[in-house]
Design a protein. Structure first.
Length: 202
């Protein structure tokens, strides 16, 4: 075969060299899924979840993305550590939920990278009990973080598809106290004004 390495043979060599592929006493090969930091297929990964993988990912997110960039607010850090970011995106993207970049949420919109959410939340300098108007609900992640900081959140979303999906999501995730409105946000939310803080995430 003139020195050609068949793709299948090359794959076995690579997997074996990383410890993912192991040879059993009977001569068969076995794949060890525990060598992967995230689910192989990029889905929810029951094994990953049962092993506390998402909790570990949140902790790593805070330690490697937020703290080194100067996020200091205990309330923000606690909220970012608690909110299940992966539940605010499509299941196919769960394994990437805590990585350092935005992700698509549909309707041409994105969920901001974790640091941006933390940074904007910290800039509010809000105290528990304050009311906050958010312009641009999106998938609801920023609103959930603000809620976990002890704030009363009023959030406006102009895209009906996102509004309907996020309304159901927030109820399912026990964030029913977050108030949502379908509107373009130009005039804010006059009937619930005034607000202690306003954040624009559109």
């Amino acid at each position: 075969m003139g020195g050609v390495i068949w793709p299948g043979i090359l794959l076995i060599i690579v997997l074996a060299s990383t410890g993912i592929l192991r040879k059993t006493p009977a001569g068969f090969f076995r794949v060890s899924l525990f060598k992967f930091r995230t689910p192989i297929c990029g889905g929810s990964g029951e094994q990953f979840q049962s092993m506390g993988g998402y909790a570990i990912s949140r902790e790593r997110m805070v330690r490697e993305q937020l703290l080194p960039r100067g996020i200091k607010s205990p309330a923000v850090i606690a909220a970012m550590s608690k909110v299940l970011r992966h539940h605010f995106i499509e299941e196919a993207l769960w394994s990437r939920a805590y990585e350092d970049f935005p992700l698509m949420i549909g309707a041409g919109q994105t969920i901001s990278q974790p640091y941006v959410v933390a940074w904007m939340s910290e800039l509010l300098e809000a105290r528990p009990g304050m009311s906050v108007l958010e312009i641009g609900t999106g998938c609801g992640y920023q609103a959930a973080v603000l809620h976990e900081m002890g704030l009363q959140v009023y959030s406006v979303e102009r895209i009906r598809e996102l509004f309907n999906r996020t309304s159901r999501r927030l109820i399912d995730l026990k964030y029913s106290r977050i108030k949502l409105k379908l509107d373009d946000g130009t005039l804010g939310w006059p009937e619930s004004a005034p607000f202690d803080r306003i954040i624009v995430t559109a």
